[in-house]
Ligand binder design. Sequence first.
Ligand SMILES: NC(=O)c1ccc[n+]([C@@H]2O[C@H](COP(=O)([O-])OP(=O)(O)OC[C@H]3O[C@@H](n4cnc5c(N)ncnc54)[C@H](O)[C@@H]3O)[C@@H](O)[C@H]2O)c1
Length: 553
Amino acid sequence: MTAVLSRRHLPAPSLPPGRPRLVVAGFMGTGKTEGGRRAARTLSLPFIDVDAVVERRTGLPVESIFARDREAGFRQAEREAMRDAARLSGAVVAVGGGAVLSRDSFAGLAKDAVVVVLTCDRRTLVLRLRAGAGRPLLHPDPADRIEKLLGEREAVYGAVGDPLDTTALSRDEAGARLAGRYPAPADAWIRVEVGGPLGPYPVVIGAGAIDDAGREVARLLPGAARAAIVSDGSIPEALHHRVARSLREAGLSAGPPILLPSGERAKSVDTAAMLWRRFHEEDLDPSDVVVAVGGGAALDVTGFAAATFARGVALVNVPTTLLAMVDAGLGGKVGIDMEGVKNGVGTFHHPVLVVADPTTLGTLPARMVRAGLAECVKAALLASPLVLDVLDALADSDGMPTHVPWLIEQSVRIKAAYTRDDPRDGALRHSLNLGHTFAHAIESASDLAVPHGEAVAMGLLASARLGASEGVTDPGLADRLERLLAGLGLPTRPPAGLDPGRLLGAMSADKKRRAGRDVFVVPAPGGAELLEGELAAEAVAALVPAGRRTPGG
Ligand SMILES: NC(=O)c1ccc[n+]([C@@H]2O[C@H](COP(=O)([O-])OP(=O)(O)OC[C@H]3O[C@@H](n4cnc5c(N)ncnc54)[C@H](O)[C@@H]3O)[C@@H](O)[C@H]2O)c1
């Protein structure tokens, strides 16, 4: 950056409550990793192995970390990994044998979790651990060390969770028993409550939730009699038909949907005016409800019309893109584009309900699904770094993510935390603009040829580079991010023809600019940092190098 004139730390907020975690603790050799992995598969939850996280972060095997940093250094890294794991909802987390000794960090992980302590009889343990390879605490005499360490730890193990004896169990049996300890969900849907002064409202997540939208609306708005359904006109008709059917089944009257132009074209004054006219013709009043179905563009313009018609009609969002499920559908920002400026006119209108049904993504082009993953990466970078590890695993598996509902849940919890703490975007919530100064400029400069989510991917990378050059961001993050984004099939560079002059011009028209200064949010340890200053043309060219797009479009 040519000159940084001010900087402000934006700490990651506490996250709303989530589903329980299954924490697998116990002495080394009791089968935590293999049992935990199998339990996670059975429960369709991601598996986090805290030792593996520490190894990945330090770039060293546990034994070498002990050799270099002693046990104290390893425990410090382990505590940080446990703190990050404690931010996850609904995950299976296996911890190393000594993790329970870091009482505060383990207690954070164990809060709202089911803790199972694997045990094993001493003779079998000695046989399993005889070689001691990769187990620095067993040197030099494994049998003697096992006896001593167990003596020190047994009381702690007994106090932190319920035991499960794996002596006679195969790995599959241990996994099945572990999975059996996880409580059956009380509800068919994953629910995240968006709290704060303008809430609370639920985000309901799950396969088939769209067919339950009516029941949820009737529960939350018992006085509502009529619903106006507004849908992106290019999405499969079945989606808004299903919403209409469920509303009628729940006793609301709902006419044929009002159809919008596809995608960003809908975010116009003309579309907003068309919606006001239709609401007027249908005699909509503030006791009714507007139900928006579609991607972020349809939700933005419908929310804007609902916010302004009759001084505000209740809004229900049914997002049908991943990006809208994790970002645009909640948080209350609604608006339209104006004279080429994205979201140039808008206001706040929080929904009363969001229904995110991942099965609706089945018809969304794969490129658009990937674009939504960029917003999941942004959320994880800001407030839950272990989600990046899960995304890394998705990236490696070279296919559609297997944990989509889980990813939606984690990303929604993160956005919900920021909107709870800063519902009107006064300060902390600026964090959600991570990478977005670059992203909005890339979208504008490409005449919207680069979809929002892809532009966010490039913007995240540019902000990590900017943060590193300012000494704020871990210098290794940009490379990790570039690998992750490319692995997820996201482009990391704008199209080769993108005019750097137009990019700069778009940045100077950015709404986030203050007093003539550029405003950037960059990743920082424990959250993000807001930088204000001047960014020279050469710096922009270095941070957003144009080139070939990663294939996959
Ligand atoms: N309000 C906010 O807080 C917020 C946050 C992030 C983004 N946004 C806005 O969201 C918009 C981008 O949203 P988006 O990425 O969802 O794209 P989009 O709404 O433009 O939709 C992209 C395309 O996907 C199609 N589509 C949507 N759902 C489909 C489905 N299930 N099957 C088949 N096709 C489907 C649409 O017709 C469209 O052609 C931008 O305008 C951005 O500014 C708003």
